[in-house]
Design a protein around this ligand. Structure first.
Ligand code: SAH
Ligand code: SF4
Length: 354
């Protein structure tokens, strides 16, 4: 006999199921797997905005009734939208079912569109220069809430005849602190007959959660890895990144080396350039020595302003010198194009009060 649903249990959100799980659910109700494939297509190719026969006309009425009774399709409404004056960036404040708010950013770089999505409401890691860290931790996002952000961007692009090609988990939160939900969301977003963000189209950025990096290596995770470094000595790093006390720099570098060798893959290292703090040529030499032997690329990010940190962005001339030093160590590097600073949508500026 079926157990009555607990009054507190929320129905399964369809955006949190993999394609195999969706098929298993539909066939367990004695419907054909063909309907599961159609439903998947509605969910991800069409990016359907509702669970009803208007949005999904080819789903049989009996199946639709059962879906409506036992599952949910939550589309987080947009509480606020901001567009940067240069037209390259749009930031969306999305409301979750419990009223928490998260931010999702659509960014245009030369030749590509990227969705920057959140993995948590707030963040527990407390990096001193980051607005999300300054607001503290609220809760983990469910896989469905992570997928819903990519779908939100897909809908906007689809209406303009464009496709979403890249996702970066660089919004609010620390993705490896919410490992299972993040990896489940990545599996759903990578599915070739859905959002099809396969083939290294998803990049996850971590503050340096060592067990999470080891797990990605051991599970041969297909997701690209970016590690927020910011300092090349433990003493300097722990001042900027409190999480370094828990996962010290030597352990982090060992984990990175293990990951890069095991998966034969390049790692991106992010370095927020703070004037006079970590942007000198000496710092660059220290990075070069630290990363020797790791297949790496360094992404330099000029500091973006946040309320509770008074550091200044490194100068472009310093960034260029930094790059030249790294090149001498055979370390390729980029200086991140600044995007969306006027609407506080740049790296580390995302904060949403609930
Ligand atoms: N929690 C993850 C991903 C989100 S932050 C992480 O820390 O990696 C995304 C990137 O923005 C990280 O590299 C982070 O160090 C950087 N960042 C945070 N605050 C910033 C700021 N004020 N200016 C520039 N980059 C910042
Ligand atoms: Fe969290 Fe990343 Fe911000 Fe640090 S930089 S507080 S890990 S979101």
């Amino acid at each position: 006999m079926q157990q009555p649903a607990s009054p507190h249990a929320s129905p399964t959100d369809l955006h949190g199921l993999t394609r195999d799980e969706l098929r298993a659910l539909i066939t367990s109700w004695d419907f054909s797997p063909v309907h599961a494939a159609r439903l998947w297509n509605y969910l991800y190719y069409e990016a359907a905005g509702a669970l009803d026969s208007d949005a999904m006309p080819d789903i049989p009425a009996r199946l639709m009734e059962r879906l409506q009774a036992e599952t949910a399709l939550t589309i987080p409404p947009v509480a606020h939208e901001a567009r940067s004056t240069d037209g390259f960036t749009r930031k969306y404040l999305l409301s979750l079912a419990d009223g928490k708010k998260i931010e999702t950013v659509l960014m245009r770089f030369t030749g590509r569109v990227t969705a920057c999505i959140s993995s948590q409401a707030g963040c527990a890691m407390g990096c001193v220069f980051c607005a999300t860290g300054q607001m503290g931790f609220s809760r983990h996002l469910a896989a469905s809430e992570i997928v819903a952000q990519a779908l939100h961007v897909r809908r906007i692009l689809k209406a303009q005849g464009e496709r979403l090609r890249n996702v970066v988990l660089m919004g609010m939160g620390e993705p490896l602190h919410n490992y299972d939900a993040v990896m489940r969301a990545c599996e759903i977003m990578r599915d070739g007959s859905g959002l099809a963000l396969g083939a290294r189209r998803i990049t996850l950025s971590t503050v340096g959660v060592v067990p999470g990096i080891m797990r990605m290596a051991n599970e041969a995770s297909p997701i690209h890895l970016a590690v927020s470094l910011h300092a090349a000595t433990q003493a300097e790093r722990r001042k900027l990144v409190p999480a370094a006390k828990r996962w010290p720099l030597d352990q982090l570098i060992d984990a990175c080396r293990y990951y890069a060798e095991k998966l034969n893959r390049r790692i991106f290292f992010e370095w927020t350039l703070i004037d006079g703090k970590n942007d000198t040529e000496d710092h660059a030499h220290a990075v070069g020595r630290l990363l020797t032997g790791i297949h790496a690329q360094v992404n330099l990010i000029p500091l973006n302003p946040t309320a509770a940190y008074d550091g200044a962005p490194g100068h472009t001339s310093a960034a260029k010198k930094f790059q030249a030093v790294l090149a001498a160590y055979n370390l390729p590097s980029t200086i991140r194009q600044r995007r969306g600073i006027d609407i506080a949508a740049g790296c580390g500026q995302l904060a949403a009060m609930s």
